[in-house]
Design a protein around this ligand. Structure first.
Ligand SMILES: [Zn+2]
Length: 168
């Protein structure tokens, strides 16, 4: 069976920075990635590169940043007033808000986003809301473990079930 629309694919992969070779993420057979193919849940070019492969096949390709998580956008680096990070006693939580910390926030429309703290000053906090992998060319190597037909329930839910998929 080959990878195509509405198949459930299980694979292992190692993701590294294509430019530096640094490993970003690595899966094992025990925590393999299972996903429903062709429903838009993955990076589109990631799916394109896997099309027509079968169980047991290896893959090795890279995806430029622009086609993955996008380029770094300087407009996503913002200065926020330090007082929004104050606790109910008006104190800045130095433990939680350190340079490099990822902070879950929501924007004025209620969208959830995560920002990384770049700098903490007396009155302001500089935060980067770019995706952590923005600006990174991604290199994937891995192996297809299984390709199967999706079950009706999986198609209805729009995601894969099973040990590595959604469990509910
Ligand atoms: Zn489901």
């Amino acid at each position: 069976m080959t990878i195509s629309q509405n198949k459930v694919v299980t694979l292992t992969y190692k993701l590294s920075d294509h430019t530096t070779g640094e490993t970003i993420e690595e899966t094992t057979p025990e925590n393999a990635l299972t996903f429903l193919y062709g429903v838009g849940g993955m990076i589109p070019e990631f799916e394109e590169k896997l099309a027509d492969k079968t169980a047991g096949e290896h893959f090795d390709f890279h995806i430029l940043a622009a086609n993955a998580y996008g380029e770094q956008d300087p407009q996503h680096i913002v200065m926020l007033p330090a007082n929004i990070f104050h606790d109910e006693n008006g104190a800045f939580d130095k433990e939680m808000f350190q340079v490099g910390s990822m902070v879950p926030m929501s924007d004025s429309e209620g969208n959830q986003l995560r920002g990384r703290i770049l700098e903490v000053a007396e009155e302001t906090v500089q935060m980067d809301f770019n995706h952590p992998l923005a600006g990174t060319d991604l290199h994937f190597v891995g192996t297809i473990l299984e390709v199967r037909d999706a079950e009706a329930e999986e198609l209805a839910h729009g995601h894969a079930h099973g040990p590595h998929g959604h469990q509910h």
